[in-house]
Design a binder for this molecule. Structure first.
Ligand SMILES: [Zn+2]
Length: 138
């Protein structure tokens, strides 16, 4: 038997139940997921978004490599703005582009605040023709 729903649990974070507060945070995250599509000018494949409390306090977000699920912490949602945008783009880098950490920039393992320009440049650099062919075939 096959699961019909994607597994959206991670050992690193505890999913929030969907109430008004969680819904509002998820909506914030979705805004940046859409912005990420706009940045590369291609509609990203569907990504599951969960708002989740980290097991380790310093975790801002989490993603399953190439599996199109991202988890974002309430802390990052509350920070909002370029901080949240960075987190969302970073996790999409793992979840959509299957990218590992780099020493600096958007995919650095520890968030150092980045400009919108850096976020866009690094995000665009991850989106290869290969990805887009894959999405078109899906
Ligand atoms: Zn990461």
């Amino acid at each position: 038997m096959r699961r019909t729903r994607k597994n959206t649990n991670t050992p690193h974070m505890v999913n929030r139940k969907m109430d008004d507060e969680t819904f509002a945070m998820r909506k914030q995250v979705m805004t940046f997921v859409r912005e990420a599509s706009d940045v590369i000018g291609v509609r990203l494949p569907r990504v599951e978004v969960r708002i989740a409390d980290p097991v380790n306090r310093s975790t801002l977000g989490c993603a399953r490599m190439g599996d199109r699920v991202i988890w974002i912490s309430p802390f990052s949602c509350k920070e909002g703005g370029l901080h949240l945008r960075h987190c969302v783009f970073h996790e999409l880098g793992h979840a959509i582009f299957n990218k590992r950490h780099t020493t600096h920039g958007l995919m650095a393992p520890v968030l150092k605040s980045t400009s919108k320009f850096t976020q866009d440049t690094d995000f665009r650099a991850m989106a290869t023709i290969h990805n887009m062919d894959e999405w078109a075939a899906a």
